[in-house]
Write a protein that binds this ligand. Structure first.
Ligand SMILES: Nc1nc2c(ncn2[C@@H]2O[C@H](COP(=O)(O)OP(=O)(O)OP(=O)(O)O)[C@@H](O)[C@H]2O)c(=O)[nH]1
Ligand SMILES: [Zn+2]
Length: 293
């Protein structure tokens, strides 16, 4: 019996494929996992036993940095949000939602503004500027004129990365440039037909040594995480320093008088779209809170 550890890169039909330093081992999970809330998930670090025949058993799952239920994946390092300067126009509300999700899960976010060949560089920079104090790395790319691709490659090197973005922004084109592989993001997560049931299989793709891509389109469809509405403003890094200027200590930065954050929006110090998304998400969280009361 050999003991190894590695990363679960694929899970299907009760089998887990664990990447170890001696190759990919097909494993079953120990029965005890069935009784525990913690089911082995793609992205997990696992301790495994390998028998004489080369079959493995997952014994233990390491502590997770983060965990998503749908798509089922754990330990994502980076979320690359892809938007386009136009065709389609950037959806700032969607970007802000994804930034919240990333922050809430301790995942680093990179905002990639693609199709920069379709506009002046000043226009692409204008979009980046909205996020200059939002604790997100922005990068301008074009798969057509090969702008920013190497930089993006460097940023996600040796990391586990997931891509998100609306249809048509250029995710597949970017992935092709990054990996050399022809991946169709809309359907890279293979649909496996087993009888009547169609199972979606999430997979980690190692496209370069130690660099993984989460092979799942589901990241564009995630819901806003549930957390108290009064904490929402703390998820906007550029709001933080202005809250000192609020007259009321429990200011929600909505309809109150003398609000430091609203003043900063009026003075052009906080981008209007960031404040607007704050209002929208606040309403959403508040409504959820009322539903659960
Ligand atoms: N001008 C320009 N067009 C691009 C660029 N990148 C991708 N495109 C084009 O935009 C269209 C959509 O690109 P895809 O890579 O399929 O976009 P996607 O985000 O993967 O779309 P889905 O698969 O639907 O999720 C294609 O016609 C690409 O050729 C770019 O940098 N500049
Ligand atoms: Zn306020």
């Amino acid at each position: 019996m050999l003991t190894k550890n590695g990363t679960i890169i694929k899970g299907i039909g009760g089998f887990y494929y664990v990447k170890t330093d001696i190759g990919i081992i097909e494993c079953r999970a120990r029965g005890k996992f069935r009784n525990e809330a913690k089911v082995p998930t793609v992205g997990d670090f696992a301790d495994i036993d390998i028998d004489e025949n080369g079959s493995g058993t997952v014994k233990k799952i390491g502590k997770r940095k983060n965990f998503f239920v749908r798509p089922p994946i754990s330990n994502i390092d980076t979320l690359v949000l892809v938007a386009a300067v136009k065709n389609p126009n950037p959806d700032l509300l969607f970007i802000d939602k994804m930034l919240l999700i990333a922050k809430n899960n301790g995942v680093e976010a990179i905002l990639c503004i693609n199709k920069s060949d379709l506009c002046d560089s000043a226009d692409a920079e204008k979009i980046c500027k909205i996020y200059e104090n939002a604790d997100v790395k922005t990068i301008v790319t074009s798969t057509l004129s090969n702008v920013g691709i190497d930089e993006l490659k460097g940023l996600i090197n040796k990391k586990v990365t997931a891509f998100a973005g609306f249809s048509g922004v250029g995710k597949s084109s970017i992935l092709k440039k990054l990996t050399g592989l022809d991946l169709q993001t809309g359907n890279i997560s293979k649909k496996l037909s087993r009888g009547k049931h169609t199972t979606r299989c999430v997979e980690l793709l190692e496209y370069a040594d130690g660099s993984y891509l989460a092979d799942t389109p589901g990241f564009s469809m995630l819901d806003l995480p549930k957390f108290p509405s009064e904490e929402l403003w703390r998820y906007y890094p550029e709001f933080l320093s202005y809250a000192d200027g609020c007259k009321f200590s429990d200011c929600r930065h909505l309809n109150e008088r003398d609000c430091g954050i609203k003043n900063a929006v009026e003075n052009g110090e906080i981008p209007p779209s960031r404040y607007e998304s704050y209002r929208v998400f606040y309403e959403y969280l508040k409504q959820k809170e009322n539903e659960y009361k």
